[in-house]
Design a protein around this ligand. Structure first.
Ligand SMILES: Cc1ncc(COP(=O)(O)O)c(C=O)c1O
Length: 316
């Protein structure tokens, strides 16, 4: 049972006496109140401890924030440039453009790939809503394709049947840190002249065939939402790419369509990262925490998948 996003409640645990008064002092969800009054006992255990990385990296993060406050650069600027360079290096891509969040990263990447009304984008039927929403924000149509059972990711064997003359982009998602099977996806894209945008929001540090997710395809969209493998101190996002034209286009799109102040070349957006939010997402943290978190989440997923299979097998 999940209470908010912060705690998991374990019914019938040993520490009943200690925990019930603690629960009563808080505002309880009615189901939890019933749980405690029936005497079944409950214990709160941390489910997602967002403070833990801060506690571990307090000195570095505090120093980074102090540096930003003293610098007078509160949007973009040298600290954000440094982060872009470090993150591009970390994921083995030539370019990184930081953005306000992961949804913007998907949306602006699609805009940069010239996706618009009348176009179709192939998306996994099983993903977070942002993947689909970014497509509809461009006025295009998301075309769902079912996942492979073993990874929950886009099934390459089903993609070709979904391609029509209006298809422009294939958008695989690397769910729970497990990379989608990129080689067959890229082969299909090449065969049909399509572009590929990867949703890497859950896959910082994950590797496909030994190479980190970051530039297997045309462009990768990232989220630095605080609960992600690489979380910021607030919303944050980015794209990485090896294509200098996409890098340039997305840089202009994120800043009101402007390269030079007050010269607005195209209809753009305001999707800029600020250096304080970026403060929590540095290379030091990336190398120390990200792969460990990704590995843990992947293991948890395989356990859950195995349990579902056992449960299904047990069904009459
Ligand atoms: C797969 C996936 N794509 C995109 C996003 C959107 O990221 P954000 O919340 O930073 O906009 C998320 C966030 O949960 C996600 O899980």
């Amino acid at each position: 049972m999940i209470w908010g996003t912060q705690y998991k409640v374990l019914p019938r645990c040993r520490a009943v006496g200690l925990c019930i008064p603690l629960l009563r002092r808080r505002r309880l969800h009615p189901r939890l109140r019933r749980l405690s009054s029936t005497g079944r006992g409950a214990r709160l255990i941390p489910f997602l401890d967002l403070k833990a990385p801060y506690v571990e990296l307090r000195a570095e993060i505090d120093a980074a924030i102090a540096r930003v406050l003293a610098s007078g650069w509160y949007i973009l600027g040298p600290e954000v440039d440094a982060f872009e360079h470090e993150f591009a290096t970390y994921v083995d891509a030539k370019h990184c453009v930081s953005l306000a969040n992961g949804l913007d990263a998907l949306h602006l990447a699609l805009r940069a790939l010239d996706v618009g009304p009348g176009d179709e984008v192939i998306v996994p039927s099983n993903t977070y809503i942002a993947t689909w929403l970014a497509v509809s924000q461009c006025g295009a149509t998301p075309v769902p394709v079912e996942p492979v059972e073993s990874t929950y990711n886009l099934d390459p064997a089903l993609i070709e049947a979904a391609i029509t003359p209006r298809t422009k982009v294939i958008l695989p998602v690397h769910l729970y840190g497990q990379p989608a099977d990129m080689d067959p996806i890229l082969a299909i894209a090449r065969k049909h002249g399509l572009r590929v945008l990867e949703d890497g929001a859950q896959a910082h540090g994950a590797r496909y065939k030994g190479k980190r997710i970051g530039a297997h395809s045309d462009v990768v969209a990232w989220s630095f939402y605080p609960g992600k493998n690489l979380g910021a101190l607030g919303d944050g996002g980015a794209i990485t790419t090896n294509d200098p034209a996409l890098d340039d286009r997305i840089r202009v799109l994120r800043n009101y369509g402007s390269r030079v102040k007050y010269v607005n070349e195209i209809q753009g957006y305001n999707s800029r990262l600020d250096p304080i939010r970026r403060g929590a997402a540095r290379q030091a943290e990336a190398s120390r925490c990200v792969e460990c978190t990704t590995r843990c989440r992947r293991t948890a997923l395989s356990r859950r998948t195995a349990r579902h299979r056992t449960d299904a097998a047990a069904c009459p």
